[in-house]
Design a protein around this ligand. Structure first.
Ligand code: ACO
Length: 319
């Protein structure tokens, strides 16, 4: 029998503060109508002052463990996908480990910006299938509100904060992660980056993005990577029950679904309520859909994401 990585449970945490699009209208030259029609975003959550990425990650992890009926000491590896860590080091993952009072196993962060959760999931799957771990908590957690330039209308309206988590467990059988496809091309660095860092400015910096250039890469590369992962799984787009995409922009999601010949009824959408939460967006979308009972055992789910780097990828799994 084949050992696969099965999602046992999902978890989520969103900060209490909800900010509607209209909040931005007296800060930059924008409108609720522009944001809704160009992005599909209606509102987003922002972390409270002093609320950190690790605190949100711990809440999402606790939610996932509760839903899995597991205690933290059953987890032997913990991966956090984030580009907005509390500190330069130690990793957010080790902070989550401490927050869960876990003293065994190992913990580390993955940094692939908005594609981070897909990269983390593929890494966790590799560790499970190679026997390095039996149960892995994979978390996406971000406080993008801390790296936004509040005078740049092209970016500040797009992002939100939050955390999502999944518990992956080794199991024999047909369910679980079937295939993944990961890609990066560092020559596209200028399209999306943060203009600060440890070895350059010494501060965290602010997010800079060529939105319309990135839009074109996203539409092309997301469909390509999803097709590649579906193909590696020995499936066809007709076999796909759900697309759980990175939630950056409803128009990118619709264009990708169209290229995959998937009707929008098969697409999980949270971008209206969450905005772009970067590495947290896919686990949050999984958790929202799971809590609403939308997935059935055996459903084929495709996740895909693109982010700074550029880095992009897709994971196909059977629920
Ligand atoms: N309100 C009003 N007008 C705006 C706003 C705003 N918030 N933002 C930009 N505009 C203006 C621009 O200034 C421009 O005006 P101009 O024609 O006078 O110069 C006009 O709108 C059109 O600008 P575009 O950038 O061409 O608009 P577009 O339709 O491409 O939408 C958007 C912009 C929403 C950013 C889109 O390009 C997008 O979603 N890009 C991809 C973002 C993405 O996928 N990110 C994922 C990765 S994020 C990560 O990895 C961290």
């Amino acid at each position: 029998m084949t050992i696969r990585s099965v999602i046992r449970a999902t978890g989520q945490y969103l900060p209490e503060r909800i900010v509607e699009n209209s909040w931005f209208e007296d800060k930059v030259d924008t409108s609720d109508e522009w944001i809704r029609s160009r992005t599909g975003i209606e509102r987003r959550h922002f972390a409270a002052e002093g609320e950190t990425t690790s605190q949100m990650a711990i809440r999402a992890a606790e939610d996932a463990l509760n839903r899995a009926g597991m205690s933290a000491d059953q987890i032997d590896a913990l991966i956090v996908a984030t580009s907005t860590p509390d500190l330069t080091f130690p990793s957010v993952a080790t902070m989550v480990q401490a927050g869960l009072s876990l003293k065994t196993g190992f913990a580390f962060d993955v940094q692939a910006v908005c594609a981070g959760f897909v990269f983390a999931l593929a890494n966790a799957d590799g560790m499970i299938r190679s026997g390095q771990a039996q149960r892995v908590l994979v978390i996406g957690a971000e406080t993008f509100s801390r790296i936004l330039d509040w005078e740049d209308r092209g970016t500040c309206v797009l992002f939100g904060d939050g955390a999502g988590a999944v518990v992956l467990e080794a199991a024999e059988g047909e369910r679980g992660i079937l295939a993944s496809d990961l890609n990066s091309d560092g020559s596209y660095r200028e399209i999306l980056y943060v203009d600060g860092g440890v070895s350059t400015t010494g501060n965290a910096g602010k997010l800079r993005m060529q939105g319309n250039v990135l839009f074109r890469h996203a539409v092309e590369k997301l469909a390509e990577t999803a097709h590649a992962a579906i193909d590696k799984a020995g499936l066809t787009p007709q076999d796909v029950d759900w697309l759980v995409p990175h939630q950056a922009n409803a128009r990118i999601i619709a264009a990708t679904a169209q290229r995959m010949h998937l009707p929008m009824e098969k697409v999980i959408l949270t971008v209206a309520d969450h905005g772009n939460t970067s590495a947290a967006s896919i686990p949050l979308a999984l958790a929202v859909a799971d809590a609403a009972g939308r997935f059935s055992k055996g459903d084929v789910i495709v996740t895909e994401a693109i982010g700074g780097g550029l880095s992009w990828g897709s994971v196909v799994l059977r629920w």
